[in-house]
Design a protein around this ligand. Structure first.
Ligand code: HEM
Ligand code: NAG
Ligand code: NAG
Length: 501
């Protein structure tokens, strides 16, 4: 008997070793960007990158300039930091760069979802139909109802509704946006009080997953955390199971459309549950944290709060809320709020820090705005981190770390869209939603719900920080690159329903 096991094993080790060696021995070729493999074999700079991506990339840019290739866990990433050169990468007219391949691997790992060939296209067409333009009308309305239910539901009837309550601002915002968003998209049952309780429970579990998420993606969890993630995944698959859909009213057209597509493709129900989990994550992970930053900046900048309250009073009239009633607000008024639009855009500039990744399908040449040309190697990943290269560029946005509520307003009150670098107009002057083929298809709904939330909070509530001198907390450095940042610690605040005049 030949012991095939050990023989095959040895062969495998030899092949893997050889492939690793090839990667390790990688040399910079002519015309390629500066190559920085880091000092640790295979891992390269992974540790520094995961610890604080923003600081790491700042350091690399200072060392190598606007284009460089770094090794991170056996994979080579070419970062492009010059916003004037993003065009060819985002447009990718020659189709040499691919978004889907990397994304599919990630969602398989994180949500257990096996993507089908038509998924990406289908998600975007579902979103064009139901998350944009006229299709958004229904969701705008049900989002207002859900926000009412969530914010007032617990206090609307209670006799002490008009006395002060205290909470963590981050937790309060995330909780409210999550529950309202979840119920609007995934539907209600006949029993709304029960729905609220269930949404609260899902939020608690969602936050556990959310906290583990960055280190989970980077495969840095300890054995206990690993088990915990598995438990949470299964819990979400079960809670969001399509089996329960028949018992629900008002599942959004967006979700229904996508599930119908999957059914027609013959995707098994258990896989549809995983799809739902992925959509819950995509739709609820950023709106809460972004709303937190918006309210916090407003509380720290009275002149901004003042301007916004004036605009709200002008557009919507005096806020009136009768006891036991829900908020009534004319949703179409959201079209006429340039100050609020600027506040949100500025908040996203300071708070949203996604990475954009594209796999290089075949060797090709990247032409920079300066005229320089760099060779890109097949199998590498081209990466953009606009938070550093655009949002924080002092040439595009003077005093980039300061919150200026009117940064995106022209003197005549219209939306400001002209931003310059080196005398040239910058097309992508903020990129909170990503860009190109992977741009967030939920961005109009996201803006709509965040704007509604902020308006309701400032019109109907007195708000104050428990300690007015408390600084804006630093962001959690492990979350750079994962969408909206989160604070390292929460900020206490007080709120109470305003008395009718
Ligand atoms: C402040 C809120 C939000 C922010 C900052 C945000 C940001 C982003 C970004 C940066 C991406 C691209 C990721 C990439 O390139 O890999 C993305 C993708 C996505 N977002 Fe959002 N998003 C928000 C809210 C929403 C909402 C409310 C929905 C849905 C109702 C949504 C649905 C999606 C979906 C489905 C994708 C994946 C698209 C694809 O596969 O191409 N997002 N989001
Ligand atoms: C829904 O709200 C968004 C964001 O404010 C707005 O741009 C959009 O026009 C609204 N859509 C409809 C159909 O009311
Ligand atoms: C407002 O000002 C901007 C530039 O400052 C200009 O582009 C725009 O046309 C003006 N809009 C109106 C309505 O006057």
């Amino acid at each position: 008997m030949v012991p095939w096991g050990p023989v095959l094993g040895a062969l495998l080790v030899a092949i893997v070793g050889y492939l690793c060696l090839l990667r390790l021995l990688r040399q910079r070729r002519p015309q390629e960007p500066p190559l920085d493999k880091g000092s640790v074999p295979w891992l390269g700079h992974a540790m520094a990158f995961r610890k604080n991506m923003f600081e790491f990339l700042k350091h690399m840019r200072a060392k190598h300039g606007d284009v460089f290739t770094v090794q991170l866990g056996g994979q080579y990433f070419t970062f492009v930091m010059d916003p004037l050169s993003f065009g060819p990468i985002l447009k990718d007219a020659q189709r040499k760069l691919d978004f889907v391949e990397y994304a599919e691997k990630l969602v398989l790992k994180v949500f257990g979802y096996h993507s089908g060939p038509g998924d990406h296209r289908m998600i975007h067409s579902a979103s064009t139909k139901h998350l944009m333009g006229d299709g958004l009308e229904d969701l705008n309305k049900s989002m207002l109802d859900s926000l009412s239910l969530v914010i007032l539901g617990s206090m609307g009837q209670s006799p002490d509704a008009r006395s002060w309550r205290e909470d963590g601002l981050f937790d309060f915002c995330y909780n409210a946006l999550f529950k309202a968003g979840y119920l609007s998209l995934f539907g209600y049952t006949k029993d709304k009080q029960q729905d609220l309780l269930q949404a609260e429970e899902i939020f608690v579990q969602f936050r556990k997953f959310d906290r583990l998420f960055p280190r989970f993606v980077y495969s840095l969890l300890g054995p206990r955390e690993w088990l915990e993630v598995g438990r949470l995944q299964r819990l979400f698959h079960k809670t969001l199971s399509v089996k329960h859909n028949l018992e629900k009213d008002g599942i959004s057209n967006w979700i229904s459309y996508m599930l119908q597509f999957l059914r027609e493709q013959g995707v098994a129900p258990a896989m549809q549950d995983k799809f739902n989990f992925m959509m819950l994550w995509a739709s609820q992970g950023n709106t809460g944290p972004t709303s937190f930053w918006a309210l916090l900046f407003l509380l720290k900048h009275p002149e901004a709060m003042q301007a916004l309250r004036e605009e709200a009073a002008q557009v919507l009239g005096e806020a009136r809320l009768e006891a036991g009633k829900s908020f009534n607000l004319e949703v179409s008024a959201l079209h006429r709020t340039p100050v609020l639009d600027s506040v949100m855009e500025e908040t996203l500039r300071l708070g949203a820090a996604p990475t954009l990744l594209r796999v290089v399908k075949s060797d090709n040449v990247l032409k920079m705005a300066s005229g320089e040309e760099y060779r890109l190697r097949a199998g590498d990943i081209v990466a953009l981190f606009p938070y550093l290269s655009v949002h924080m560029d002092p040439e595009i946005h003077p005093e980039p770390t300061a919150f200026k509520y009117d940064r995106f307003l022209n003197p005549n009150g219209s939306r400001k869209m002209d931003f310059y670098k080196a005398g040239k107009k910058v097309h992508h002057y903020t990129m909170p939603w990503g860009s190109g083929v992977s741009i967030c298809p939920g961005r109009f709904l996201a803006l709509s719900e965040m704007k509604l939330f902020v308006l309701l909070m400032i019109m109907h509530f007195d708000l104050e920080l428990v300690d007015p001198d408390t600084p804006v907390p630093p962001v959690d450095p492990h979350r750079w690159g994962f969408g909206t940042t989160q604070p390292s610690y929460d900020v206490r605040f007080r709120y109470r329903l305003r008395s009718p005049e």
